[in-house]
Design a protein around this ligand. Structure first.
Ligand code: NAP
Length: 305
C-alpha cells in the first residue's frame, strides 16, 4: 500500500518541501508520497486526527499551525516543548509524536553552508516568532556568549528573553540537578532585548559576529518583499548575515549585506536540513541531503519543478 506524508499549513502553494522531500523518497525507491495538504483552520483537528489512518506516516507542519498542533498530539519531545512549536509529526504505534527540527536545520545550515561555529560568539536576532524561538534556543544551547533580540513588538522579544533566561538560569549548579531541564547544563549566554529603533544604530551591531533575520521582512509574495529590516550603513564588514527567508534569493537584506562586505547565508540550507531531519524521523534512513539541496535549488532558483 502506498504511504503518505503531508505538509500541513495555510497557505502552502509556494512551498518547495514537497519537491525536495519527494526527490529524497524517490532516491530510495520508497512507495511513499509527500503531499501538500493545504488546511484551513477549521479543518486542522480533522487533518491531524486523519494521520492515524494506516496509510499515513506523519507530516510536516508550517505557518500558522506550529503551535496549534501541540494539544492534538500524544507526545511532544523535550526540544519542541521548550520551543513551544512542532514542525514534524511522526506516527509510531498509532501514537502521534511531535518534534521540532527547525533548530537543527538552522544550526546545520550555519555550520555546513555558513562555515560558522556559534560557540562564544555575539549574535543579534531579529524577530520573536516561532522561527526566532527555535533559533534562540539553538544558539543558547550552542553557548553563544551574548544574544540581542530585537522585535517589532517589544513585549514578544521580552517574553522570549525571559524564557531563555530562566532556561539558562536553571542550568546553574544546583543540588537538585535531577530537576534541571534536559540538556541545559553549563549554559551562560547573556540575553538582552532592544527596541526596534536600535536597528538604525550601528552600535547595535558593532561587536557582533552573526546577525539572523527571523522576521518575514523580505519574503516573496508578501507586502515586505524587496524590503530589508535595516540599512546598509549599520552592517559591519566581516559579520555573517543569515536570512531565514529563502525566497527570493538573495533577499534585499542579503544584497545590502554583500555590498557592505559581510558574509551572507540564505534560508534554503536551513529549510533543507530541517527537512532532512524530518525525513530521517519518518523513514529511519539517512537523508540524501545533496539530492534534497539540489532539487530545492532547482525549484527555487531555476524554477524547475
Ligand atoms: P511568525 O511566528 O509569524 O513570526 C513573524 C516575525 O516577523 C515576528 O517576529 C514579527 O514581528 C516579524 N514581522 C512580521 N512582519 C514584520 C514587519 N513588517 N516588520 C518587522 N517585523 C515583522 O513567523 P515564523 O514562523 O517565525 O517565520 C518567520 C520567517 O522565517 C518567515 O519568513 C519564514 O518563512 C522564515 N522561516 C524560514 C525557515 C527556513 O527553514 N528557512 C524556517 C522557519 C521560518 P511581530 O512580533 O511584531 O509581529
Amino acid at each position: 500500500m502506498t504511504k503518505f506524508i503531508g505538509l500541513i499549513g495555510y497557505p502552502i502553494k509556494h512551498s518547495v518541501s514537497p519537491y525536495f522531500q519527494q526527490a529524497a523518497l524517490d532516491s530510495y525507491h520508497l512507495d511513499i508520497r509527500y503531499e501538500a495538504w493545504e488546511t484551513s483552520p477549521e479543518k486542522l483537528e480533522a487533518v491531524v486526527t486523519g494521520l492515524r489512518e494506516p496509510r499515513n506516516l506523519g507530516a510536516n507542519v508550517t505557518v500558522p499551525y506550529k503551535e496549534a498542533v501541540l494539544p492534538l498530539l500524544d507526545e511532544v519531545d523535550d526540544l519542541a516543548g521548550l520551543i513551544g512549536a512542532v514542525n514534524t509529526i511522526v506516527k509510531r504505534d498509532n501514537r502521534l509524536l511531535g518534534f521540532n527540527t527547525d533548530a537543527h536545520g538552522f544550526l546545520e545550515g550555519l555550520r555546513q553552508e555558513g562555515h560558522f561555529d556559534p560557540e562564544g560568539k555575539r549574535v543579534v536576532v531579529l524577530g520573536a516568532g516561532g522561527a526566532a524561538r527555535a533559533v534562540c534556543f539553538a544558539l543558547v544551547r550552542e553557548k553563544v556568549s551574548s544574544l540581542i533580540i530585537i522585535n517589532r513588538t517589544p513585549v514578544r522579544a521580552e517574553t522570549l528573553a525571559e524564557t531563555l533566561r530562566s532556561y539558562i538560569g536553571d542550568s546553574s549548579p544546583s543540588l537538585y540537578s535531577g530537576l534541571r531541564p534536559a540538556g541545559s547544563e553549563g549554559l551562560s549566554t547573556e540575553v538582552i532585548t532592544l527596541p526596534g529603533q536600535n536597528l538604525s544604530s550601528g552600535e547595535t551591531f558593532t561587536h557582533c559576529h552573526l546577525i539572523v533575520n527571523c522576521t518575514s521582512v523580505g519574503m516573496k509574495h508578501s507586502p515586505q518583499e524587496s524590503k530589508s529590516p535595516f540599512d546598509i550603513e549599520v552592517i559591519p564588514p566581516g559579520v555573517l548575515v543569515y536570512d531565514l527567508v529563502y525566497n527570493p534569493y538573495p533577499t534585499r537584506l542579503l544584497e545590502l549585506a554583500g555590498k557592505a562586505g559581510a558574509n551572507i547565508l540564505g534560508g534554503l540550507a536551513m529549510l533543507v536540513y530541517q527537512g532532512a531531519a524530518s525525513f530521517e524521523l519518518w523513514t529511519g534512513k539517512k537523508a540524501p541531503v545533496d539530492i534534497m539541496l539540489d532539487k530545492a535549488r532547482k525549484v527555487l532558483i531555476g524554477g524547475k519543478r
